[in-house]
Design a protein around this ligand. Structure first.
Ligand SMILES: [Zn+2]
Length: 175
């Protein structure tokens, strides 16, 4: 992992739509970068999650920390897969460091079974529920080039549409 200054890409940057690729070789340097630099970068920005493509790195990893809420978890996630999604849904108000100051209700599966490589390089399988499942799915979406604003109901989208337009006006010119 090359040492570089981390920066968050902001909507409507087209790079946020790029699909990330699986990491073939999990090195000590990568694990250190993720558990220290990348994780701390997220914490500094008060994020509950941050995915690689948000910083212009198009590889399959993200970090999350939902420990501000009861039952919250800290996770370093490499090469994630979502193996199953519950039919039960949960509605959660989501935001994103790449879509600053805009929040909207998103409906997602309430429980998911996932597998990934953690910050120690170990293969993990686990079931996540509630906010932990929401954040995992939000970050996983980033790896696919999907943003939470793509998952809104018509009503929710209409509420934030003017704000998105304003944000695109501020940031769109550079791209
Ligand atoms: Zn996000």
């Amino acid at each position: 992992m090359p040492k570089k200054e981390l920066n968050v890409l902001i909507y409507p940057d087209k790079k946020l739509r790029k699909r990330s690729i699986e990491i073939k070789e999990i090195t000590g340097d990568l694990l250190k970068f993720l558990t220290v630099d990348f994780y701390e970068f997220m914490k500094l920005r008060d994020g509950v999650g941050l995915a690689a493509p948000q910083t212009g790195i198009f590889e399959d990893f993200f970090v999350m920390d939902t420990s501000i809420t009861e039952g919250g978890v800290k996770r370093i996630v490499i090469n994630p897969k979502i193996n199953s999604r519950s039919p039960d849904k949960i509605v959660y108000q989501e935001g994103c460091l790449s879509v600053p100051d805009i929040f909207a209700d998103v409906e997602r599966p309430k429980e998911i079974e996932v597998e990934y490589i953690n910050g120690n390089g170990e293969k993990i399988r686990e079931t996540l529920r509630g906010m932990n499942a929401v954040v995992f799915q939000h970050e996983y979406d980033h790896l696919m080039g999907i943003l939470f604003i793509d998952r809104l109901s018509e009503t929710e989208y209409m509420k934030i549409k003017p704000l998105l337009k304003e944000l695109a006006g501020k940031n769109g010119k550079k791209h």
